[in-house]
Design a protein around this ligand. Structure first.
Ligand code: SF4
Length: 368
C-alpha cells in the first residue's frame, strides 16, 4: 500500500491487488501492451495485470530468442516469463500491437512454450464500422479461447456488468486527465494513480479516483514550466523526479499507457460490439494505425487546452510504431512554435544522464 496524498486512501500495490484477487478465488491474466478488453477478462474472473517492461536488469533469457534490435519491453517481458516471474498468471494475453509483440506471441505459442495459456489478440488497423466488425469477431474468438482455458461461460448479462464497471473506471481516468496539472498531486503521484489501472480491478480504481477528484485544485506555480508528455509509457518513473528538478510539470498526457487508453463508453447493446467500439473509438494511437494528421490534431488540442509550449516524447528504443510518427508530429508542432524533444529509453536501464540534459534544454527554451 502507498499513500499518495494525506487525504487519499492508500493505493494497493500490484502484489496487494493480485493477492486479494487470488484469495477471492479468481485467476490472473498477464497482459502485454497496449489495447485489450479488460471487461472480457473480468467477466471470466481473470484480473488483468499488465506487463510493461518489468525493470529487470538481466534480459539474457529473453535475448537468446530475439533479434538484437527488439525493444526492451519485449526482451524483458520474455525474460520475466521464462524466469517464472509471471507464474501467478494462468493466462498470457499478447495483443498484436507491433511486429515485435507478434513475434513474441509466435515464439511463446510454437518455440518457447509459456507456462500460461497464450491468447493472441489481433487489432484492426482501421476505425469505423469495418474495424468494429472485425474486432467484435476477434473478441468472440477470444471468448471461446478463455472459456476453454477457464471452464467458465459468462453470459451477456455478466459481460455487460463487467463493461459497465470498466466504462465507469475509464470515465474517472478521463476526468483525472482533464485535471492533470491542477490536482494537488505531483507528477509521480498522479501517474501512480493513473497507472494503477494497469492492475487494479475497476471497482477498486473508481473510488480511489473519485477521492482524488474530490480534492480541490492546487494553486498554479508560475515558476513551473508546463509540458505535455507523449510516447509509450513513463518508465523509468525517475523521469518525473528529473522533470521536477528541472522546474517542469506534466499537465497533459498523450502516452499510450494512460492518455490513449481513456476509452469512451460504447453504444451497442451487444457486449462484443460494445467492447470493440470502445477500443476502436479510443484516442488516436500509433499502435492502432491512426493517421498522423489525427494524432497531430490531438496533440495540438492538448497543447492549446493546457497552454503549453513544449512536448516531451519519451520513447522506447526500437519502438517502430512510435518512431515512424515522430518526424511528422514534431515538425507539425514546430510549425506552431511548440518545442519538442525525444528521449529514448531502455526499460532495463536507469534514465540516462543524456536524457536529463535534453529535458533541461527543452524546459530552458520555453521557460518564462
Ligand atoms: S515498445 Fe513499441 S516495439 Fe516495443 S512492444 Fe511496445 S509498441 Fe511494440
Amino acid at each position: 500500500m502507498r499513500t499518495l496524498h494525506p487525504e487519499l486512501p492508500p493505493i494497493p500495490s500490484r502484489a496487494d491487488a493480485v493477492g486479494e484477487h487470488l484469495a477471492g478465488g479468481g485467476q490472473v491474466a498477464a497482459v502485454l501492451p497496449v489495447h485489450y478488453p479488460r471487461s472480457l477478462l473480468r467477466a471470466f474472473d481473470l484480473l488483468p495485470v499488465e506487463v510493461w517492461g518489468p525493470p529487470v536488469r538481466d534480459t539474457q533469457l529473453g535475448d537468446a530468442h530475439l533479434q538484437a534490435y527488439t525493444c526492451s519491453v519485449v526482451r524483458s517481458g520474455l525474460a520475466v516469463a521464462l524466469a517464472g516471474g509471471i507464474d501467478v498468471a494462468s493466462v498470457l494475453v499478447v495483443p498484436h500491437t507491433c511486429d515485435s509483440l507478434q513475434g513474441l506471441a509466435s515464439l511463446l505459442l510454437d518455440l518457447v512454450p509459456a507456462r500460461q495459456a497464450v491468447v493472441p489478440l489481433y487489432h484492426p488497423r482501421v476505425g469505423g464500422p469495418a474495424g468494429t466488425y472485425f474486432l467484435a469477431a476477434e473478441l468472440r474468438a477470444v471468448y471461446t479461447r478463455l472459456a476453454d482455458v477457464t471452464g467458465r461461460h459468462p453470459d451477456d448479462a455478466a459481460l455487460s456488468a463487467a463493461i459497465a464497471r470498466e466504462e465507469a473506471a475509464d470515465a474517472r481516468l478521463a476526468a483525472l486527465l482533464a485535471r492533470q496539472g491542477s490536482l494537488p498531486l505531483g507528477d509521480r503521484a498522479f501517474y501512480t494513480l493513473a497507472r494503477s489501472r494497469e492492475y487494479l480491478p475497476a471497482e477498486r480504481f473508481t473510488p480511489l479516483a473519485d477521492a482524488a477528484l474530490a480534492l480541490p485544485d492546487a494553486p498554479a506555480d508560475p515558476a513551473q514550466v508546463p509540458i505535455v508528455l507523449s510516447g509509450m509509457f513513463p518508465e523509468p518513473m525517475a523521469l518525473f523526479d528529473a522533470i521536477a528538478a528541472a522546474g517542469g510539470r506534466v499537465v497533459g498526457d498523450d502516452t499510450a499507457c494512460v492518455g490513449r487508453r481513456a476509452y469512451p463508453a460504447g453504444r451497442s447493446d451487444d457486449p462484443f460490439v460494445r467492447m470493440a467500439e470502445r477500443l476502436v473509438d479510443g484516442p488516436p494511437d500509433s499502435t492502432r494505425g491512426s493517421a498522423v494528421a489525427v494524432r497531430l490534431a490531438r496533440l495540438r488540442g492538448l497543447v492549446a487546452a493546457r497552454g503549453v509550449r513544449a512536448v516531451l516524447f519519451l520513447e522506447v528504443k526500437f519502438c517502430e510504431p512510435e518512431l515512424f510518427y515522430l518526424p511528422l508530429l514534431r515538425a507539425g508542432l514546430e510549425a506552431d512554435g511548440v518545442r519538442s524533444t525525444t528521449i529514448e529509453v531502455d526499460v532495463t536501464e536507469a534514465l540516462p544522464h543524456q536524457a536529463i540534459t535534453r529535458l533541461e534544454a527543452l524546459l530552458e527554451t520555453v521557460a518564462p
